[in-house]
Design a protein around this ligand. Structure first.
Ligand code: NZQ
Ligand code: ZN
Length: 393
C-alpha cells in the first residue's frame, strides 16, 4: 500500500428538511454577503430557490443570484459570476444544484479570491491557486461528488476544451443533502448519476499500484449498493431510502475514501469522457457508460487480478479456472447493468458518430491534458486512446 493523507473537511448535513439550516451554516463559516448560483431552472421550478432566498432573508444575509449554469459548465459563466461577485463584494458562494453548478461556484470562488489573475490558468495547469472564497452547496442531484471533492471541471466554450483542476482548497465548507430534493430528477439523470458514482469508485479500484483490503471492501460494498438502489429507483423513483443511499454514495465515491492506500487511481475513462463532453457536449455519466466497456476490454489483461476480484466480489461472477474469462464476464455483467438502467454502452447508443479526424483530435487533446498519458490499470498514450474510441463506436 501507499502512504496517504485523508482530509475531507466538508461538513455534511443530511436528511429531510436539511436545507432549512442553510442560513446558520453560511454564518458559521463567516459568510455575510452571498452569491446564490444555480442552473437552468430546476431549482426555480421546484420552489427550492425561493425557499432558500426566504431563509437567507430571515437570517439577515445579503444575497444576489446568478442562474443559467449549463451542464458541462462554461468559463464564460464563471467570468460573469466573478464580475457580479466583485460588484456586490460577496464573501460566500452558495451552489444550488449538481456538479455543474458546484464546479462553476468553485471556479468563481477561486477567481474572486485572486482577482488579479486569470482563473483559466488553473485549468491549464500553469499555476496553483493560493486562496479561495468559501463555497457551500445544496445538492439536488447525486452524481459528480463535487459536494465533497477537490476537483473542479470547467469547459472553455471558445476552445471546446473541458479541463479539470484539483486542489484541497476546492473542497466545499458544507454540503446540504436532502434526498427528497432529488426526486424531481428525470430518470435519465438519475441513471447518469449512478454510473458516475460507480465510475468514481472504479477509477480508484482498477489500479496496479497499492491496494488495501479495507479500501477494496468499502469500494465493493459501495458498488453493490449503488447497483441495488439504481434498480429500485428505476421502478420506484420516489423511494426515499434508495434516494438517500445513492446520495450518500455520491459523496463517498469521490471524496477520496475509496482511494486510500492506492496510487491515485486510473482515471483514463474520465479523461477520455471529458474529451467527448468537450467536443460533443454529452452528459458526463452517459459518456462514461458508453466508453467504459471498451476501455475495460482494452486494459483488462494488464490489470487481471483486479478485474477478477471485481467480477467475483461486485458482479457475482463464479470463480472459474480461467481468470481472463472471469474478468470478461465481469465486464459484460457491468455493461448488462448499464443497459438495464437505460445507459449507453457505445457511442452509437450515445447518439454520436465521431469521424476518424475527430477521434484523432480527442486523443491528441487527452494526451496533452494528461501530461503525456494517463492510467494505472494500463498507461494509455495517444494510440491507445484512439483504439478505445474506435472500439466504442
Ligand atoms: O440546470 P438545471 O435546470 O438545474 O438541471 C439540471 C441539469 O440539466 C438537472 N437537475 C439537477 N438537479 C435536479 C435536476 N433536474 C430536476 N430535478 C433536480 N433535483 O440535472 C442536469 C444535470 O446537472 P449537472 O449538475 O450537470 O449534473 P452532475 O452532478 O452530473 O454534474 C456534471 C458535471 O460535473 C462534472 C462533470 O464533468 C460535469 O461537468 N464532474 C465534476 C466532478 C467534480 N467536481 O468532482 C467530478 C466528476 O467526475 C465530473 O467530471
Ligand atoms: Zn465523474
Amino acid at each position: 500500500m501507499f502512504n496517504f493523507d485523508y482530509h475531507t473537511p466538508t461538513k455534511i448535513v443530511f436528511g429531510r428538511g436539511a436545507e432549512n439550516r442553510v442560513g446558520d451554516l453560511i454564518k458559521s463559516y463567516g459568510g455575510s454577503r452571498v452569491l446564490i448560483h444555480y442552473g437552468m431552472g430546476s431549482a426555480i421550478r421546484s420552489g427550492l430557490l425561493n425557499r432558500v432566498k426566504n431563509i437567507l432573508d430571515e437570517a439577515g444575509l445579503f444575497h444576489v443570484e446568478l442562474g443559467g449554469v449549463v451542464p458541462n459548465p462554461h468559463l464564460d459563466k464563471v467570468r460573469t459570476g466573478f464580475a457580479l461577485g466583485t460588484l456586490n463584494q460577496v464573501d460566500f458562494i452558495l451552489a444550488i444544484g449538481g456538479g455543474s453548478v458546484i464546479d462553476s461556484s468553485k471556479a468563481i470562488a477561486f477567481a474572486l479570491a485572486e482577482p488579479e489573475t486569470n482563473v483559466w490558468e488553473l485549468f491549464e495547469h500553469t499555476r496553483r491557486a493560493k486562496a479561495s472564497l468559501p463555497v457551500g452547496s445544496i445538492l439536488t442531484i447525486a452524481a459528480a461528488g463535487s459536494e465533497m471533492s477537490r476537483s473542479v471541471v470547467i469547459t472553455n466554450e471558445q476552445t471546446m476544451e473541458k479541463r479539470s483542476y484539483g486542489d484541497t482548497l476546492a473542497r466545499p465548507k458544507f454540503a446540504i443533502m436532502d434526498p427528497e430534493l432529488t426526486m424531481t430528477l428525470p430518470a435519465f439523470q438519475t441513471a447518469c448519476g449512478c454510473v458516475d458514482i460507480m465510475m468514481h469508485t472504479m477509477e480508484r479500484y482498477f489500479t496496479n499500484g497499492g491496494n488495501m483490503d479495507i479500501t477494496d471492501s468499502i469500494a465493493e460494498g459501495l458498488l453493490r449498493t449503488v447497483m441495488k438502489h439504481a434498480n429500485i429507483l428505476r421502478i420506484k423513483p420516489n423511494d426515499y431510502d434508495s434516494r438517500a443511499e445513492i446520495m450518500w454514495a455520491s459523496s463517498l465515491a469521490h471524496n477520496g475514501l475509496t482511494g486510500c492506500g492506492s496510487d491515485g487511481g486510473d482515471f483514463a475513462t474520465h479523461n477520455l469522457e471529458h474529451e467527448l463532453s468537450g467536443m460533443f457536449n454529452v452528459t458526463h455519466g452517459a459518456g462514461l457508460s458508453a466508453l467504459w466497456g471498451s476501455w475495460a476490454r482494452y486494459v483488462h489483461k494488464d490489470c487481471l487480478p483486479r478485474f477478477v476480484k471485481y467480477a467475483e466480489n461486485v458482479m457475482g461472477v463464479e470463480s472459474g479456472f480461467n481468470k481472463e474469462e472471469t474478468a470478461l464476464k465481469g465486464i459484460a455483467a457491468t455493461e448488462a447493468f448499464f443497459y438495464k438502467i437505460n445507459m449507453p454502452t457505445n457511442l452509437r447508443d450515445l447518439g454520436i458518430q465521431p469521424t476518424d479526424a475527430q477521434i484523432e483530435k480527442m486523443a491528441e487533446s487527452c494526451e496533452r491534458a494528461t501530461g503525456g498519458g494517463i492510467g494505472s490499470a494500463k498507461k494509455l498514450k495517444k494510440d491507445d486512446m484512439i483504439a478505445i474510441y474506435h472500439a466504442a463506436k
